[in-house]
Design a protein around this ligand. Structure first.
Ligand SMILES: [Zn+2]
Length: 135
């Protein structure tokens, strides 16, 4: 059974309990790495400048404490393999819905490849394929 590295664990610990419940469930069956949880002012401004985020501090979902967003990618890491990122996302979103229906999570999850939550990426201009946030 896969498990989180110490780095992933620490990053996930900065996130809302719902995100922790979700990704501790995911890691049981799908190896993945937590790239970022809470993002401080410096890191948020950097993400904005580099075009990785559309929001400036403190308006990003990563900026709260706990963080309402987390960036997670499947292992082995290959950001160019977008098919695999979407595959992972579909798995995450299905598990998230199940956990919410079971009362184990209080929030719904929005994926950075489908901001409008209409199950297609075709109408999305800005895609953040490792991003999951609570709504
Ligand atoms: Zn993110």
């Amino acid at each position: 059974m896969p498990s989180f590295s110490a780095e992933s664990f620490t990053r996930l610990s900065s996130c809302h309990p719902d995100l922790q419940v979700l990704f501790f469930e995911i890691i049981k069956t799908f190896d993945c790495m937590v790239l970022e949880g809470h993002r401080n002012e410096h890191d948020q401004d950097l993400a904005f400048k580099e075009g990785r985020s559309k929001l400036q501090w403190p308006h990003g979902k990563h900026n709260g404490q706990p963080s309402m967003a987390v960036d997670v990618t499947p292992c082995p890491i290959d950001f160019s393999n977008t098919n695999r990122l979407y595959w992972f996302a579909g798995y995450v979103m299905g598990i998230a819905q199940k956990l919410k229906e079971e009362g184990k999570m209080t929030h719904s999850v929005r994926y950075g490849g489908d901001w409008s939550r209409d199950f297609t990426d075709l109408n999305e201009q800005f895609k953040d394929l490792n991003h999951y946030e609570l709504v």
